[in-house]
Design a protein. Structure first.
Length: 147
């Protein structure tokens, strides 16, 4: 930006060196053109300063957001390491095709006999001894999270 301002100053010097009469039509025009160019150079310099401030501010926000993401996702990573995913499987509801996730604790609970789809409330799984033994085999053998 200093280069732009120095070039405007050079133009002013050239105009003064030409000894143009400021009262003539040509002199008035050159003076007005130089004034407009000087105003544009000042506006560009101000915009550049504002842009630099915005870059600094955006970098500060990005750093803060990065710290927040690290804190947030660090907690999620610790939760994921518990191995809970291995104790779950999914069943698709035949009516609404909603995926229902069932964990092994729900299967071992004798009070839970049926598992309903949360969307349409259709029974998607009945907890009886035969189904449970087949599911246990899946947990033991495959370690896969879907049946």
């Amino acid at each position: 930006m200093d280069d732009l301002k120095s070039r405007v100053a050079y133009l002013k010097g050239l105009a003064a060196g030409l000894s143009l009469d400021g009262d003539s039509r040509e002199g008035k025009m050159f003076n007005q053109i130089i004034d407009v160019i000087e105003a544009l150079a000042d506006a560009v310099a101000e915009l550049q300063d504002d842009y630099d401030d915005l870059v600094d501010y955006t970098e500060a926000i990005d750093e803060d957001l990065s710290e927040i993401e690290d804190d947030f996702y660090e907690e999620d990573d610790e939760d994921d390491d518990d191995g809970d995913d291995e104790d779950m499987f999914s069943v698709e509801c035949p009516d609404c095709h909603e995926i229902v996730y069932i964990d092994e604790d729900m299967l071992e609970d004798e009070d839970v006999l049926e598992i309903l789809c949360p969307n349409c409330e259709r029974v998607v799984f009945i907890n009886d001894d035969e189904d449970f033994s087949e599911i246990e085999d899946v947990f033991d053998d495959a370690g896969d999270d879907e049946v």
